[in-house]
Every structure is written in C-alpha cells, then in structure tokens.
Design a protein around this ligand. Structure first.
Ligand code: HEM
Length: 466
C-alpha cells in the first residue's frame, strides 16, 4: 500500500512530472506499507525484489523501513556510486560481529585511517605478489584431487570451502600453522557464520551487550583466532625463514612515516584477508561446478583447453595466460552467481548522482545480481556462455555492468588473488574429474555471500577417460 504525499516520497524522487536526477527519470518503487516501506518484499526475496526494481526503471526510489533508498541499474550510475565511495558517499555502517572479528582492518575503517591501511595491505596482494602464492594454491587443489575418486559422492560446497580455507591459511601463514590449520579454520568458520547471521538481520538489532549463545561462541572463537594469529606473528617477527606469504608481506609493510603495522594491526589485516577471501572464492567455485555440470558443451571446451595446454600436469602461474577459457568460465560464473550481490553507499551532505542532489542519509543501492542479468548488457542473460568473454568478441558490456569485485577506491583488494586461485583450482581438478551435480535447479540463498540454498551433491567421474 502506498501512503502517498510528499513526506512519504522516496529519496531523490521529485514531484510528479519532474526528475530529480538529470535526464533519467526517478520512478517510484512498488507500493509501500506504512512504517515498513518495502521491507517485507525485500526480506522475502531480495534478489527477485532487485530484479523487479530494475524492471521498473533505471533509478527507483524505495524505502527500507524508515530508510530512504534509491536503487540504480545503469552502469553509469553504478560507476558513480562505486567510485564515489569514500568521497561522495560513505561506506555503509557495519555490524557488531563484523567489527569484533575484523577489528580495525581495511574493511572496517574509513577516511584517512582506511587510506593508510589500504596502502599497507596492497603490496601483499598486488598482482606481481600473487605469483608467489600460485604454487600453494595448486598444491592444495592437488591434495583435494588425491582424496577424490570416480563414483564418490561429494558435497561440492563443503569440498570447495574446505579447499579455499586450506589455501587461505597456507597463503597467509605458510607452514607455521602446521597442525593448527583445523583449529584456526574452525574458529574462522564460527566467525564467518556469526557475520552472516548478523548480515541477515538475525542479531543486527540486538545491543552488543546482550549475551546470546551465538555471541558467546563467537567471543570464544575470536579468542582462539587472537591467540593463534598472535603466536605466529610473534614467532615470525624473529625471522621469516625465507618464506614469502601474506604474513611476511604484512610484517614488511611500512607506512609513509616508515612505521610498521603493530601486532594488533597485523592480526586485523590477516583476519580481514582470510574472511574477505575464503567464502567468496569457495562459493564461486561451487557455482562454477554446478554451471559446468549443467552445460556439457562448456565443460567439453574447458576439458579441451586443459588437455591441450596442460596434458595432465599441475598448472603453474605461467600457464594462466594460456588458459583463457578457464578464466572465462570463472568470469561467467561471477556474472551469474556473484558472491557479493549488493553494494550500497550513504549520501553525505552535498552528495550528487547523475549531477543532481541526493538528500543526506539516503542509501544508494545497486545489485550485482540484477545488473549482471540485465538483458541490455548481457544478451541471453540467464544462459551460461563463457564464450561471451572471448577476446575477439569485442567489448562484452559497458564499464560497471559487471562488477563482482566492486569498483573505485574500495574495490576488492583480492580480485587478482581470487581469479588466480579459482582458475588454478578449476584447472587442477577439472583435468581429472567431472563433477556431476545430482539436483536439477539449485536455489540461491542470499546472505553475506550468495550461497546455494541446498547442499550441492555431486558424483565424481573420471574426466580424462570420459
Ligand atoms: C571471488 C572472490 C571475491 C569476491 C567476489 C570479492 C568481492 C569483493 C567486493 C565486492 C568488495 C567491495 C566491498 C565493499 O566495498 O563493500 C571487496 C572488498 C575487499 N576484498 Fe574481496 N572479493 C573476493 C575475494 C577476495 C580475496 C581472495 C581477498 C584477499 C586475499 C579479498 C580481500 C578484500 C578486501 C581486503 C576488501 C576491502 C577493500 C577496501 O575496503 O578497501 N577479497 N571484495
């Protein structure tokens, strides 16, 4: 039900007949309930809700409870939002669990503090540096392949999250966590789950002092993380032993004053890199297997490329440029199932979009899910067609139509890391196995990341004899 009237009009929404955002009309969102606005429809099916907004218009005014919101679907506006975060728009507020786990790392800080931290973390994940982690990534994938055999039934998501967890722990801490990988992994899992629950609104509105069982579990997990990361960091300060992992890089980083990160800062950034990279990449790989299983032609083309370039050997960093189709499979997976499926920015005093003012406090939303399936930029938007990314196919879509890693100043720091990891894992495992997913359609479950809504069970088949 729309209650109507100026007071109820959404952010940036002009009186009828006038546009508040340059030449693009601002259209009203679906009917709202008094007090709740569009919250019920959003909470019921956020992905469908966003697609519905996109179908209404390029800039849609809506309300999430008392929050005035704009939803933007044109790549130009999405670009403005992403590149304007930290200048035009503020980064959205973060929950209690996220802050407890990540501390004051690059994700949870803002302004000058964020700039300093980003500059300190960047060298650890810069493309040139990622080369040093490639061997570990492929080695971890080989270890998993050695536990697979034809006709074995696997839970794809569980296998992929266990694999990306192993890669995260080893690329962060090298061999120093030997024997402790599972302890760290289990504590990180508790932390990740608590952040996900908070994101879904389960605990977001409870004051931080309310001691729920989940929060007690989280505090215990954070104690374990602090102890383990603290121990490795202290040992490593006495010498890296020639290692070149993320921790070595964080310890070597110096700010503009020549100051290193403190132990607490190293802890916060290490946990940030872990949490930022583990579930996102594990989920991408899960969806990649699902999509390949449903698209035999794409799987066959992938198999041909792997056979021709690798012929059964384990891939190395230098093989990456010879595996364009494998990379296209990952990009197309990120298009259809973007792990991060929404981005927001909060308008500050004087914020504008499309050259027109946006009232302070308005939250501007965009969604990778709806933008990546927009038929204007991606013909046959629901089809899995890695070929659309062929180098000779011309530009695939305008800038900011595909933005799984965000964009602008706060774009993902681990984008290259994630792409290299996903391609090496796929190349290693797909050479040896076909992963035949048993179910037909797998539903989506949007939380902190876009998860499958049911276990993805699959039967393994030998790929090379097939
Ligand atoms: C497929 C995998 C991944 C996806 C889809 C992804 C996506 C994203 C997105 C959309 C953002 C921007 C979030 C925002 O501004 O609200 C982001 C930020 C970030 N990501 Fe990733 N990410 C992935 C993997 C990784 C990996 C592997 C790492 C670390 C090795 C990582 C580290 C970070 C960090 C540190 C930030 C914060 C940057 C900042 O605030 O300045 N990510 N990621």
């Amino acid at each position: 039900m729309t209650t109507g009237g100026d007071a109820d009009r959404g952010a940036g929404e002009a009186p009828p007949g006038r546009s508040a955002l340059s030449d693009v009309p601002v259209v009203p969102g679906p009917p709202r309930l008094p007090g709740l606005g569009n919250l019920p429809a959003f909470a019921r099916d956020p992905l469908g809700f966003f697609v519905g907004l996109r179908e209404r218009g390029d800039v849609v005014a809506w309300r999430l409870g008392p929050q005035r919101a704009l939803f933007v679907s044109r790549p130009e506006h999405i670009g403005e939002l992403l590149t304007g975060i930290e200048t035009v728009f503020s980064h959205p507020g973060l929950g209690w669990a996220l802050k407890l786990v990540l501390g004051e790392g690059v994700v949870t800080s803002e302004g000058a503090d964020w700039r300093r931290k980003r500059a300190l973390v960047q060298p650890a994940v810069r493309p040139r540096q990622v080369r040093a982690y490639a061997e570990t990534m492929a080695a971890c994938a080989v270890e998993v392949a050695d536990t697979w055999w034809p006709d074995r039934v696997i839970d794809v998501r569980r296998e992929m999250l266990a694999l990306t967890q192993r890669i995260a722990v080893r690329t962060l801490f090298g061999a120093d966590t030997a024997g402790r990988e599972e302890v760290i992994g289990a504590a990180m899992d508790v932390a990740q789950r608590a952040i996900g629950d908070e994101f879904r609104g389960i605990t977001l509105f409870l004051p931080s002092w309310v001691p729920t069982p989940g929060r007690r579990r989280l505090r215990r997990a954070v104690d374990v993380i602090d102890t383990e990361v603290g121990r490795v960091t202290r040992e490593r300060r006495h010498g890296s032993g020639g290692r070149d992992d993320l921790l070595t890089r964080l310890l070597a980083a110096r700010d503009e004053q020549g100051m290193p990160l403190s132990d607490k800062e190293v802890r916060d950034e290490a946990v940030t890199l872990y949490i930022g990279g583990h579930e996102t990449t594990g989920t991408t790989l899960t969806w990649a297997w699902y999509l390949l299983s449903r698209n035999p032609r794409a799987r066959a083309r992938l198999g041909e490329e792997l056979e021709r370039v690798l012929g059964g050997r384990t891939p190395e960093f230098d093989d990456l440029r010879l595996l364009p189709y494998t990379e296209q499979v990952v990009k197309e997976t990120l298009r259809l199932y973007p792990p991060v499926w929404l981005m927001t920015g909060v308008a500050r005093e004087g914020s504008t979009l499309g050259g027109r003012p946006v009232p302070e406090g308005t939250v501007v939303w965009s969604s990778q899910w709806s933008a990546h399936r927009d038929p204007r930029w991606f013909p046959g938007p629901d089809d899995f067609r890695p070929e659309r990314w062929d180098a000779d196919g011309g530009p695939v879509a305008p800038d900011h139509a595909w933005f799984p890693f965000g964009g602008g100043a706060r774009a993902c720091l681990g984008a290259r890391f994630a792409m290299v990891e996903a391609v090496l894992v796929l190349a290693t495992l797909a050479q040896r196995f076909h992963v035949d997913v048993e179910q037909g359609e797998v539903p989506t479950k949007p939380g902190l990341t876009l998860q499958p809504g049911a276990p993805v069970r699959a039967v393994l088949r030998a790929a090379r004899e097939a």
